[in-house]
Design a binder for this molecule. Structure first.
Ligand SMILES: [Zn+2]
Length: 251
């Protein structure tokens, strides 16, 4: 590479792929070399950069910071999602399929939640007090999602980790988390239990992402090559997560 090529690359660097979010550029008033990221009240990404900064330099910068950006924009967006009501007919997702909630009086002693072929069925004993409904359902759904999530995620981690020969220590589903997954240096994998509401291939992408971190503790080229080798459609899945977060919300 010639010196001119190197200089060109610094001024107008390559961007390894499509960003999983859109952004708006804001011109900085002061002459500054560094860029900075902020969010509007809806969680959309704003980049403050000097007017002479090239679009590709901005995209490259956002590419390197994408994980941080997604975590923080999710935190903001979460606030404006409509709350769950736990009424009959309301849709609850499991592996991307919507199942309406249905209440049924049965001879059960304690309230239970079961998934039939078509519905999430809330089985209650006769004369179950209405005042307890929301609190009980919230707990039951969390328990159900967590249990199913553990089953599915453990299976998928084992499957993908074996494909690339990556050893891992533990898998945990976290109850409250604003990120989809994480991987520690020691090989411990954490996942957001809300992923179990997402379609299987989207859940798989998050698993692939974290499993790839077992071998590549960064977001460099070799990491994305590993992701691509396990998930050819990963860009579509990143976009799905970005655009459908509200479907995975639970509060
Ligand atoms: Zn990552």
């Amino acid at each position: 590479m010639t010196i001119i090529d190197t200089l060109k690359n610094i001024l107008n660097p390559e961007v390894p792929g499509e960003l999983p979010f859109s952004y708006r550029r804001v011109a900085s008033k002061r002459r500054r070399r560094t860029m900075c990221i902020s969010f509007d009240p809806s969680g959309n990404v704003l980049v403050v950069a000097a007017p002479y900064t090239s679009e590709r330099a901005i995209q490259r910068f956002l590419w390197e910071k994408q994980e941080w950006i997604l975590i923080h924009s999710n935190k903001i967006k979460k606030v404006i999602v409509a709350p769950r009501l736990f009424v009959d007919g309301e849709l609850f997702y499991y592996l991307g399929h919507p199942y309406p909630l249905k209440t049924m009086e049965t001879s059960t002693l304690v309230p239970q939640l079961v998934l039939s072929e078509t519905h999430f069925v809330f089985q209650v004993p006769p004369l179950f007090p209405k005042a307890k409904r929301v609190r009980t359902l919230k707990k039951l759904f969390e328990k159900w999602y967590l249990k199913k999530g553990e089953e599915v995620v453990q299976n998928r981690v084992a499957y993908f980790a074996e494909k690339i020969g990556a050893p891992y220590k533990s898998i945990r589903l976290k109850e409250v988390s604003s990120i989809w997954g994480s991987c520690s240096q020691a090989g411990n994998l954490n996942f957001n239990w809300r992923l179990i509401m997402a379609p299987q291939d989207v859940l798989d992408y998050v698993v692939v992402h974290e499993v790839s971190h077992l071998l590549h503790h960064h977001h460099g080229k070799s990491f994305w090559a590993c992701v691509l080798s396990l998930d050819l459609e990963y860009r579509t899945h990143i976009r799905w997560l970005k655009n459908n977060k509200h479907l995975l919300s639970y509060e």
